[in-house]
Ligand binder design. Structure first.
Ligand SMILES: Cc1cc2nc3c(=O)[nH]c(=O)nc-3n(C[C@H](O)[C@H](O)[C@H](O)COP(=O)(O)OP(=O)(O)OC[C@H]3O[C@@H](n4cnc5c(N)ncnc54)[C@H](O)[C@@H]3O)c2cc1C
Length: 376
């Protein structure tokens, strides 16, 4: 498969980049990361109404633009580049895809238009205090009652879990384990029996929350207890998309670093004229190019629902995580080995890189998945 951008895709990138340069400079990122909500509702409204971004890959019959994962990947790459503080990844890359993959026709028709228009913001609650990203780590229980289901258990590291007005939850039928008995449910954020509290985390640009389910009523998405494949597909798509978001952040870091090396003078010459610095920048570029290629390829596989997606998504996630973190660490060195200070924007990216490394599973986990999925 080949993936090279079309004229329309280039135009989409330019439009999103212009919008984010205006609305998400790092001064704004620094302001928003200190707020409990972690995003600016006015910017969310504009990116929804003026650009239609929450519905970019949602089919037109559900109120979206009907484009694909390649376009969604471009949007996320640009958001990663701008370190946009917004519940976009949670609502679009996770919850919307979970509903598209698991929901019945009538559930998609009922839920997706509000998500595609940005009026509603959703998230996916998967991980629990164990921090596991595999389906075997799901312990939260869905119990059948007379007229529906109630949920009991804890979810942690839920992106934008404090602010989302709809929560998609991965649960299991009592007395099941592994992939068996997995169900996806959804409920409103203000449902009785749902407790939400913010988590203090390394990366304040992406808010995480812990959710307690104490008998909260929820509606199943699709067939009850048969959501393992839909959930795995959602996670593979999200891993591919996160790889693109990371590539965008790494690209911006490299640009900032090369710019700095050309202007910072030491020993009477710009530090970028020293071979040691040139070599580091060249290595950063090589690492970025490899990560970006695998991220684009994975997005292309998500578009075509190719059989390759599970393996390629894991490869892209592992490679993207390593590249972003290495590039962030080298960027700090070239900025003069600043140590840990907030003076430079590099540190904002370093923390996003570190948090993204473990979000959706770390590189070791994804290399293991890659090995299993390719039969190595
Ligand atoms: C941010 C920063 C902080 C630093 N801090 C310190 C410090 O605290 N203390 C300290 O002592 N030093 C410091 N340095 C200096 C650093 O040690 C020197 O940059 C290094 O010693 C020079 O090696 P280089 O790899 O950068 O080579 P370059 O400076 O690029 O080149 C070294 C020499 O080799 C020549 N050369 C390069 N390539 C070729 C080629 N292909 N063929 C022939 N000749 C070539 C150059 O003309 C030059 O004379 C610092 C440098 C930087 C960038």
């Amino acid at each position: 498969m080949r993936w090279s951008p079309s004229e329309e895709q280039d135009e989409l990138r330019r439009t999103v980049r212009r919008f984010l340069e205006e609305t998400s400079p790092t001064t704004e990122v620094r302001r928003l990361m200190e707020t409990p909500e972690g995003y600016e509702p006015g910017v969310w409204k504009r990116l929804s109404q003026e650009l239609g971004l929450p519905g970019v890959h949602v089919p037109e019959q559900y109120g979206g633009q009907g484009l694909g994962f390649a376009e969604l990947a471009i949007v996320l790459e640009e958001m990663g580049r701008a370190l946009l503080c917004a519940p976009y990844f949670a609502s679009v890359a996770l919850a919307t895809n979970a509903i598209l993959n698991a929901g019945t026709e009538s559930q998609k028709a009922a839920l997706l238009p509000a998500l595609a228009s940005g009026e509603s913001i959703a998230t996916l609650a998967l991980t629990e205090p164990s921090g596991r990203w595999d389906l075997g780590g799901i312990e939260l229980q869905a119990q059948r009652v007379a007229d529906g289901f109630t949920l009991f258990g804890e979810k942690s590291f839920v992106p934008d879990g404090l602010t989302a007005d709809r929560i998609v939850v991965a649960a299991r039928r009592p007395k099941t384990d592994g992939r068996e008995g997995i169900g996806l449910f959804h409920l409103r954020g203000d449902t009785a029996g749902l407790e939400r509290r913010p988590l203090t985390t390394l990366d304040p640009t992406r808010k995480l929350a812990r959710l307690g389910f104490r008998g909260a009523r929820a509606e199943p998405l699709g067939e009850v207890g048969n959501a393992a494949a839909a959930l795995e597909k959602t996670l593979d798509q999200a891993a591919a998309l996160l790889a693109n978001e990371m590539a965008g952040g790494a690209q911006r870091l490299l640009e900032m670093t090369v710019e700095y090396a050309k202007t910072r003078v030491q020993f009477g010459r710009p530090i970028g004229s020293f071979q040691a610095i040139k070599h580091k920048c060249a290595d950063m570029l090589m690492s970025l190019e490899l990560a970006r290629s695998s991220a684009y390829y994975a997005a292309g596989c998500a578009d075509e629902s190719a059989k390759e997606l599970p393996a390629v998504a894991s490869l892209a996630k592992a490679q993207g995580s390593d590249a972003y973190l290495e590039i962030a660490a080298e960027a700090i060195q070239i900025h003069g080995g600043l140590g840990f200070t907030w003076e430079q924007d590099v540190h904002l990216y370093f923390k996003r890189a570190k948090a993204s490394e473990v979000f959706l599973g770390d590189p070791t986990y994804h290399r293991e998945l890659f090995a299993q999925r390719t039969g190595l």
